[in-house]
Design a protein around this ligand. Structure first.
Ligand SMILES: Cc1cc2nc3c(=O)[nH]c(=O)nc-3n(C[C@H](O)[C@H](O)[C@H](O)COP(=O)(O)OP(=O)(O)OC[C@H]3O[C@@H](n4cnc5c(N)ncnc54)[C@H](O)[C@@H]3O)c2cc1C
Length: 312
């Protein structure tokens, strides 16, 4: 892992920075490249603007590792209300939530009713619930909660991370239950004991897992296969792989983040690939934004340039 990436990921966990950085106007301006605003209405506006190009939305209210139940309960209420409000768009933007936002750090047993309530509401409204994947220590409990909630409400999918050695097994277990899977490379700082340290190994694992996601067993199980990546080379290779197997362009979806690889989003949508863009909003964007910088350290230069241009 590059030194810059390690530093940015360490910064994402730093409380002192988290409290101070968002107060600076130049940081807020830099964040706006990845985030249309802090309110649900900002997300809705962005989702409406994407729709004419055939691109749909996934939405997430930023925040993680909440430390009191009042906050976790408020987050759950927010999502319940948001799931109702997004019904105005067709197809509706799909919620994507972090379990530590719903109280997982406090008590997984008490977090579950929140997950269930969101799954029930997405089910009732014909929507679909995505569960994000956080640090490796949360993988087992996240997959357990997904299994449990899917037994009642099948319209639930989970994110899996290609940088973890364990993910091939986890993918197998999600295929067994026909769960939707959004495959990503992985955004956290993980030790080499659990995650591939070399990017080329992560990419190779990503390809192999993606092939499994559109393999016969996964398709027979009705897995909703989503490639959550901006890696155009991998996406194009997967499209060729699908064509060689006579699979339609809809065999998998591509989900990207708002503000990243816009040209590729448009091209894929034009060529018949189902594309969604994850639109984030909310006030707790610092850790999330640091992870976006870490993914492409060149992004840091945009921030520094905006600082120089504005004297901010
Ligand atoms: C829809 C979605 C949901 C996600 N959910 C999770 C989750 O639940 N858990 C989790 O751990 N991670 C999640 N991630 C983040 C993911 O793990 C990666 O950190 C992130 O997507 C960068 O990896 P990449 O696949 O785009 O490939 P990379 O090889 O990192 O990037 C490929 C190319 O995309 C462009 N690019 C990538 N990132 C950026 C950026 N930040 N800014 C500008 N250009 C960029 C660059 O041109 C780069 O060369 C999610 C990502 C997406 C798209």
């Amino acid at each position: 892992m590059s030194l810059m990436r390690s530093l940015l990921l360490a910064a994402s966990q730093n409380r002192w920075l988290r409290e101070r950085a968002p107060k600076h106007a130049f940081v807020r301006r830099a964040v706006s490249r990845f985030m249309p605003g802090e309110e649900l209405d900002d997300m809705l506006r962005a989702a409406r603007a994407l729709a004419p190009d055939g691109i749909h939305a996934v939405f997430t209210r930023l925040g993680e590792n909440v430390t009191d139940w009042a906050e976790a309960d408020a987050v759950a209420r927010h999502y319940l209300d948001a799931i109702d409000r997004v019904r105005g768009l067709s197809p509706s933007p799909e919620p994507s939530v972090k379990l530590t936002q719903l109280g997982l750090d406090l008590d997984s047993a008490r977090c579950y009713p929140h997950v269930r309530a969101l799954a029930e509401r997405t089910h009732a409204t014909g929507n679909y619930l995505w569960i994000d994947m956080e640090q490796t220590s949360y993988v087992d409990v996240t997959l357990d909660l997904v299994r449990r909630v899917r037994a009642e409400f099948p319209r639930v999918g989970v994110c899996l991370q290609a940088y973890l050695y364990r993910t091939a097994d986890d993918l197998g277990s999600m295929i067994d239950i026909g769960a939707g899977v959004r495959l990503v490379k992985g955004a956290y700082n993980e030790p080499r004991t659990v995650a591939f340290p070399k990017k080329s190994d992560v990419d190779a694992n990503y390809r192999s897992l993606a092939e499994t996601m559109i393999g016969d067993r996964a398709r027979a199980a009705g897995v909703r296969a989503v490639l959550g990546t901006h890696d155009v080379a991998i996406i194009d290779a997967m499209r060729q792989h699908a064509r060689a197997r006579n699979l339609p362009a809809t065999a998998f979806e591509v989900h990207m983040l708002y503000g990243i690889q816009r040209e590729a989003q448009l091209r894929l949508a034009r060529e018949g690939v189902p594309v969604r863009v994850l639109v984030a909003y909310g006030v707790y964007w610092f850790a999330w934004y640091m992870r976006r910088l870490a993914e492409r350290p060149a992004n840091v230069w945009f921030v520094l340039r905006s600082l120089r241009e504005t004297g901010g």
